[in-house]
Write a protein that binds this ligand. Structure first.
Ligand code: NCD
Length: 305
């Protein structure tokens, strides 16, 4: 029995294997329709979600399985004081696999220690979001044709943006990557990330202005300022519109640069960018279903040819 807490729980071969399975699912969806017949996914969401929960649920339904769960802590026994560990033990009696999102960093890990079924971290506080990274990797691989030899700019809230932390950890294991971190000083990427890059001799820069770096990028990964992680409203209001990518700014970018965003967006990408063929964030949301299907099959040890 295996869980997914961090993207580092998966080796590069396993990441490549999940991406290959997801691509096979896209090519031959009918071959996967009943692979999870009589299996149940429990989605335990203690924090709001649209894409992650619904794409997990769509993934399990597409595999012929069923879904149970809750979408807010207030409708679970957490509101009566039940611990995450106890909830995980109980849900292990009812389901075959759990996808859990929680505002506390490490909560899905605690659940995985108590559960007798695999637990997938679907986002823990400002820490990690490994399955969003799987969707990001599939998007880059399908739309760019490679995961190595890339200059990737990550822009916005790099401090609290858990998708950024997981994505940098994943990409740092591919060859010839260069990272450009674009953020206001207050929202810089955590030191543990830059320390890891220095240890591995992976080049990175930290800058404030997006426009200066756009011409150099293969991939631009935009993020939302994470309002719910701020301690005071004033700081959020000051920083929330720091970056706004517009169609005009896209003229500075290379003709084949991809724009990704884990979504939801607030103001950081203007809607006039949506029709640009380089904007792949809606495709990215669709790819999330296929890669979550691949992950569910792998964690349930269901053989794929
Ligand atoms: C992200 C998250 O929850 O961290 N959303 C998602 O899962 N696609 C990004 C965000 O909320 O900004």
């Amino acid at each position: 029995m295996r869980s997914l807490n961090s993207i580092l729980d998966l080796g590069v071969d396993e990441l490549d294997g999940l991406i290959a399975t997801a691509k096979d699912i896209i090519a031959h969806p009918e071959a996967y329709w009943d692979r999870c017949a009589h299996k149940k996914l429990a989605t335990l969401f203690f924090e709001p979600s649209t894409r992650t929960r619904l794409s997990f649920e769509a993934a399990m339904l597409e595999l012929g399985g069923s879904v149970i769960g809750f979408s807010e802590a207030s409708s679970s026994s957490a509101s009566k004081g039940e611990s995450v560990a106890d909830t995980a033990k109980i849900v292990s009696c009812y389901a075959d696999i759990i996808a859990m999102r929680h505002p506390k960093e490490g909560a899905p890990y605690v659940a995985s220690q108590a559960a007798s079924i695999p637990v997938i971290n679907a986002g823990d506080g400002g820490h990690n979001h490994p399955t969003q990274t799987l969707a990001d990797l599939l998007t880059i691989s399908r739309e760019m044709g490679r995961l190595s030899n890339l200059t990737i700019g990550l822009c916005g809230d790099l401090k609290f943006g858990r998708t950024v932390h997981s994505l940098v950890n994943a990409l740092s294991r591919y060859d010839n990557l260069r990272f450009i971190f674009i953020s206001p000083t207050e929202l810089r990427v955590p030191d543990y990330i830059t320390e890891m890059l220095r240890e591995k001799n992976i080049p990175y820069e930290e800058v404030i202005r997006l426009e200066d770096k756009l011409p150099e990028l293969d991939v631009l990964y935009m993020t939302r300022v994470q309002k719910e992680r701020f301690f005071n409203e004033e700081d959020y209001v000051r920083l929330k519109d720091f970056y706004i990518l517009t169609a005009k700014k896209m003229n500075l970018a290379p003709p084949d640069m991809l724009v990704l965003h884990p979504l939801p967006r607030v103001n950081e990408i203007s809607v006039d960018v949506d029709d640009d063929p380089r904007a792949v964030y809606f495709k990215q949301a669709q790819y999330a279903v296929y890669v979550r299907m691949a992950l569910i099959l792998t964690l349930l040890n269901i053989h794929v040819d």
